[in-house]
Design a binder for this molecule. Sequence first.
Ligand code: NAD
Length: 377
Amino acid sequence: MKKLTWGMIGGGEGSQIGPAHRLGALADGNFTLTAGALDADGPRGKAYAERLGVAPDRAYGDWREMLAGERDRPDKLDLVTVATPNATHFEITKAFLNAGFNVLCEKPMTMTVEEGEEIVRIAEASGRICAVNYCYSAYPMVREMRAMVHRGDLGAIRTVVTNFSHGHHAAGDDADNPRVRWRYDPAMAGVSGQMADCGIHALHLASFITGDEVRTLSADFASTVPSRVLEDDAMVNFRMEGGTVGRLWSSTIAIGRMHGLDIQVFGELGGIRWASEQPNQVYYTRLNGRTEIIEKGEAGLTSEAQRLSRVAIAHPEGFPLAVANIYVDLAARIRGEASGDLPLAVDGLRSMAAVHAAVQSAGQNGAWVDARPPSLR
Ligand code: NAD
C-alpha cells in the first residue's frame, strides 16, 4: 500500500508531545515524515527536521513558509499535524484546512468557542478531515469500557467520576521553565490553565465512554500558586444530556500523583474503572458481585479493543501506541476506508465550550451554566 505523506508543525526537539506523534505516525508504516516546521526557532526546527530525514527543501523555518511551499505541490501532503502551543492552533489549522490539507490538531483545538465553531464549519465545507488528538480515547481498554456501556453491562449510567491531577507543576517555578510558563500565560494558553490542558481529556473520556455529552456545569477554580493568572486546580461538577451526574478534578499541584488520569463509571447494574497508569486493566464490579479484572488482550474482548491492542496479553502498552491508534484511523479515513471512532473537530469544539463555561461558572461562585456550544444547543 502506498505510504501517506505527513507534515508536522511544532513538536520540535525537546518538546513534550512531538516524540509521541512521531512514534505514533510512523509505528504502522502508514506515514512518512515528509515536511515540517518543527520549532519556534526556525533554523533549529529546520535542522532537526533534516536530522529526522526530511528533505532540505521541505524542512521549513516557519509554518507560513511551509504552507506556501506545500499548498500547490502535486504530491500534496496527506496529513498535517499541529503540535504547537495552544494560541497558534486555530490560525494554523484554519490555514491548512482552507488550503485543502487534512489536519490532526492538538488539544485544545482553539482558544475560543467561536474559533471552534469556525473550524467545524471550515472542515465540513472543505470535506477535509479535522481530527483532534484525544488520544486517551484510543487506548484498547477505554474502547472496551465504551463497548461495555453501550452493550448495557452497567445498565443506565448514574455517575462518572474522573480525575486528571498530577503534581508536576507543584514547584511553582514557571518563570524559569519555558515548557511550563506558557501553560499559565493567558496569551499562550487562553482563558484556562489546567482545565484546558488536562481537564478536557478527562471530560472527553467521560463523553466518549458514556456516549453522552455534557449539558451544564458548575466549576470552582483556584490558582494555588499565587503568581499564576490561570487556574492550577479545578473542580467541576457536570450534568450530561441523559441525566448522568459527573465529577471532575484536575490539578497540577497534586504532589505524588504522577500522570493522574483515571475514570470511573457507575451504572444501575455495575461499575467500571480505569487509570492511564495501569492501562491494561479495567476493574469491573457487578451489583452485589465481586470485582473482576478484565485484561487487555484476553479472549472475548470487543473487536475494537482487540484491533487497537498491539502486543500480546500482559505486555505493557501505552501512550505512544494510543497516539498510533489515532494515526491508524486517520490513515484509513484518508484512504477512504472504514475507520474507528476518531475524535473530530466537533469534539474539540465541545471541549472549548466546556472550558469557557467552567471559567464563567468559576467567576460566578460556581453558578450552573450551559456547557454546550451555541450551535449544538
Ligand atoms: P512544548 O512547549 O513542550 O513544545 C512546543 C513545541 O512547539 C516546541 O518544539 C516549540 O519550539 C514548537 N513551536 C512553538 N511555536 C511554534 C510555531 N509557531 N511554529 C512551529 N513550532 C512551534 O509543548 P507540548 O507540551 O509539546 O504541547 C504542544 C501542544 O500539544 C499543546 O497544545 C498541548 O496542549 C498539546 N499536548 C497534548 C497532549 C495530549 O495528550 N494530546 C499532551 C501534551 C501536550
